[in-house]
Design a protein around this ligand. Sequence first.
Ligand code: GLY
Length: 366
Amino acid sequence: MSGKEIKIKTGGFDYRVLIDEGLPAETGRFLRLLFPSDRALLVSDHNVYSRYGEQVIEALAAEKWRVKTALIRPGERSKSLSGARRLYDACVEAGLDRNSPVIALGGGVVGDLAGFVAATYMRGVPLVMLPTSLLAQVDSSVGGKVAVNHPLGKNMIGAFYPPRLVLIDPLVLKTLSERQFRAGVAEMIKYGIIEDENFFFRLEDNLDRLFKREPTFLAEAVAASVSSKARVVEQDEFERDYRRILNFGHTIGHALEAAAAYRYYLHGEAVLIGMALAVDLAEQLGFLDPATAGRIRRLLGRIKIKKPPAGLTAEQVIGKLEHDKKRRSNDLIFVLPDKIGSAVMVPVSDKKMVTAVVESYLGGGA
Ligand code: GLY
């Protein structure tokens, strides 16, 4: 496989996302070219570290990096201020200076937490992302959102802090469970619907290759997703407006996750349902013609839509919608596709319509 490179411009500097097999083994060399330091902090979780940690440590040692490793417990609960506090201690013990990178090896939790620490330790040390989950590879490692959770809400304390380098090895996705993988594919299809019509068509024709994790198409799809996200964040790095299209499917998706107490859906599974229901709304509100809406629904439907948990009611889901961060006045703000490859932000005041689409899912999940 030949590697791919995507450059992302930010207000401060440009950074590269490299996609290729075996990149983690090159970490030491890449960092040597970028940072005038010999100290680094490697942050990972126990599961990811047991698979890939040694390889990265060896690659760093080969280039004479003096690395301290800090491992966190896998899972969202580690993404807290007390988790960050422990990593600040590790930064001090590692002897980091302002040129010494924090390297995040893992999925979204590791990236968000290590990124938050990199953004704030000494007012900012370089951040390098080695994302190992599909969601992290196509979304959270790119674009600079870093955060920890507050007991009252996810990602409430954070910053926009772009990484200096992202190294993606699509081969690590081979070991993801089928469920995790499909949840990540939902986020990939998102880019096709809201931003990249050609990618949508490629996915229509090649989704089975993606499900089989065929290396060539997997790399193509990861690169297309990252490129799409790059185009969006380059236009609106700080999410003043346009970047919010990346939240397609997230309004109802987040509400479903919250209503099910974050124990039932994977994020991508909830977003998949949120996207399908947003397509219903877009059709009902006249943003999409029935044929296009049907075409999008067909592609989404090929990643099995998860049934709702027993007893979940539309009221519970709508109740969580009302807490949505994107809400303005009494309207709920939805990201709705207006054709394949494009989306708009739409305030929706007709709560009955929203309730009806949520009920259509709760009454009839596949
Ligand atoms: N995950 C959405 C964003 O980066 O804006």
